[in-house]
Design a protein around this ligand. Structure first.
Ligand SMILES: N[C@@H](CCC(=O)N[C@@H](CS)C(=O)NCC(=O)O)C(=O)O
Length: 222
C-alpha cells in the first residue's frame, strides 16, 4: 500500500487529528513539513492543494483533500477493513450518531477550546497580548458545552455510543492542549464523566504516538 501524504506540522491540532486517525487505521503515511513561520502555507504551490492556505493538506494517489474532519471520514471509509474497523460506524444510524458528535466537536467544542488554547498557550509563546475578556467569554462557553458532554457521557461510555469512534478522536487535540498547555485543565477534570472519557480516549496507542511526535517537534527538541 503506497503511503498517503499529510502536509503540515504535528503541533497543529488539525494535523494531529488526521495523524491520530491514520495511526488508528494502520494507514502508512508520510508527513511533509510545511514551514508556517516562513509562510509556506500561503505559497502558490501549497495553495494548489489547500486553497485556504491552512494545514493540513492531504494526498492519496491522485486526489488531494483539505479539512481535517473530512480527511478523517475519508480515511475511515476507504480503509474500513483495517485497523479500528468501527471508527466511523458500520450502519447508517451509527454513522449519523458519529457525524452528530463530530459536528458538535467542530461547531460547539472547537471554537471556545481552540480560542482558549490560543489565548492561554500560543499567545504568550508568540509574545502576543492575551485578552482577558475573550478568555472569560470562551471559558463560560466551553463550560456550557462540557456540561452537555458530562450528561451524555453519564449515559454512554463514548460520545456516539459504547465504542470509541471518530467523534471521540476528533476531540483529542484540543483536550490535550487544554490539559497540558493551559491552566484550565479543570474544565475537563472537574467533570467526573468527562474526566473518565478523557482518560479512556487519550490512552489509545494511536494518540500516544501523536503526542510523541508533537513532543519531538517542540522547539529545542532534536
Ligand atoms: N477547519 C480546518 C482548520 C485548519 C486550521 O485552522 N489550521 C490552522 C492550524 S491548526 C492553520 O493552518 N492556521 C494558519 C492560517 O490559518 O493561516 C481543518 O480542520 O482542517
Amino acid at each position: 500500500m503506497a503511503a498517503v501524504k499529510v502536509h503540515g506540522p504535528p503541533l497543529s491540532t488539525a494535523v494531529s487529528r488526521v495523524l491520530a486517525c491514520l495511526i488508528e487505521k494502520d494507514v502508512p503515511f508520510q508527513l511533509i513539513p510545511v514551514n508556517m513561520a516562513k509562510g509556506q502555507h500561503k505559497s502558490p504551490d501549497y495553495l494548489k492543494i489547500q486553497p485556504f492556505g491552512q494545514v493540513p493538506a492531504f494526498e492519496d494517489e491522485h486526489i488531494t483533500l483539505f479539512e481535517s474532519r473530512a480527511i478523517c471520514r475519508y480515511v475511515a471509509e476507504k480503509y474500513v477493513e483495517q485497523g479500528n474497523k468501527g471508527l466511523f460506524g458500520n450502519n447508517p444510524l451509527t454513522k449519523a450518531s458519529i457525524d452528530q458528535w463530530l459536528e458538535a466537536e467542530a461547531q460547539n467544542f472547537n471554537p471556545p477550546s481552540s480560542t482558549l488554547v490560543f489565548q492561554l498557550a500560543f499567545a504568550p509563546m508568540m509574545k502576543l497580548k492575551q485578552d482577558p475578556a475573550i478568555i472569560k467569554q470562551n471559558e463560560e462557553k466551553l463550560s456550557k458545552v462540557l456540561d452537555v458532554y458530562e450528561k451524555r457521557l453519564g449515559e454512554s461510555k463514548f460520545l456516539a455510543g459504547d465504542e470509541f469512534t471518530l467523534a471521540d478522536l476528533s476531540h483529542l487535540p484540543n483536550c490535550q492542549y487544554l490539559l497540558s498547555w493551559t491552566d484550565r485543565g479543570e474544565l475537563i477534570t472537574s467533570r467526573k464523566n468527562v474526566e473518565r472519557w478523557w482518560g479512556e480516549i487519550s490512552s489509545h496507542d494511536s494518540w500516544k504516538k501523536v503526542v510523541e511526535m508533537q513532543n519531538a517537534a517542540l522547539p529545542g527538541e532534536a
